[in-house]
Design a protein around this ligand. Structure first.
Ligand code: GDP
Ligand code: MG
Length: 164
C-alpha cells in the first residue's frame, strides 16, 4: 500500500497551505466526532513515480500555549503511530519556539524518519541565515520552502521519497 506522510507543526506555520499546494484537487476529508478529535484531511500525491498519501492534521483554534502544546503532542503521536515519514513544519518568521523543541524531542525518540521543513522562506537571501537556527532541534537538515510561492517543494519531495 501507499506510504503515508503526515504534516505536523504549530498552528499557522503553513501546514494547510503546503498540503493544498501538493494535493491539487485530490482532497478527501475524514470527519471525526465533533469536539473529540479533529477532521483529518487526506490526499494522494505523486512525485517521480512515487505515490503517497499526505495527511494534514490541523487543529481547532487554540487559545493558549498549553493547549497548543497538548494539541501538537497529540498530533505528533498520531503521526508517529500512522505515518511512514513525518514532515515537521516550523516557521522562519516566528523562529524557534519552545513547543517546536518539545515536539522535536518526541519525534526524535520515535525514530521515525522526519523531514524538517522551514516554511515562509519567501525571500531567499533575507531568511536563509535564519534557517540555520533550526539545526538546534537536532532532527536533521532544515529544508527551506515557501508554501505560498511554491518554492523549494521539489527538494522537499525528493527528500520525502528518499525515506520510503
Ligand atoms: P496551518 O495552521 O499550519 O495549517 O497554517 P495555514 O496553512 O492555515 O497558514 C497560516 C497562515 O500562514 C496563512 O495566512 C497563510 O497564508 C500563511 N502562509 C502559509 N505559507 C506561507 C509562506 O510560505 N509564506 C508566507 N509569508 N505566509 C505563509
Ligand atoms: Mg491548517
Amino acid at each position: 500500500s501507499k506510504p503515508i506522510v503526515a504534516i505536523v507543526g504549530r498552528p499557522n506555520v503553513g501546514k494547510s497551505t503546503l498540503f493544498n499546494a501538493l494535493a491539487g484537487e485530490n482532497i478527501s476529508i475524514v470527519k471525526d466526532t465533533p469536539g473529540v478529535t479533529r477532521d483529518r484531511i487526506y490526499a494522494d500525491v505523486e512525485w517521480l513515480n512515487h505515490t503517497f498519501t499526505l495527511i494534514d492534521t490541523g487543529g481547532i483554534e487554540p487559545d493558549s500555549n498549553d493547549i497548543i502544546l497538548s494539541q501538537m503532542r497529540e498530533q505528533a503521536q498520531i503521526a508517529i503511530d500512522t505515518a511512514d515519514v513525518i514532515l515537521f513544519m516550523v516557521d522562519v518568521k516566528q523562529g524557534l519556539v519552545d513547543s517546536d523543541s518539545k515536539v522535536a524531542d518526541m519525534l526524535r525518540r520515535s525514530h521515525k524518519p522526519v523531514v524538517l521543513t522551514v516554511n515562509k522562506v519567501d525571500h531567499h537571501e533575507k531568511f536563509l541565515a535564519d534557517v540555520y537556527e533550526f539545526y538546534n532541534l537536532g532532527i536533521g537538515d532544515p529544508f527551506p520552502i515557501s508554501s505560498v510561492n511554491k518554492q523549494g517543494l521539489g527538494d522537499l519531495l525528493d527528500q520525502v521519497i528518499s525515506l520510503f
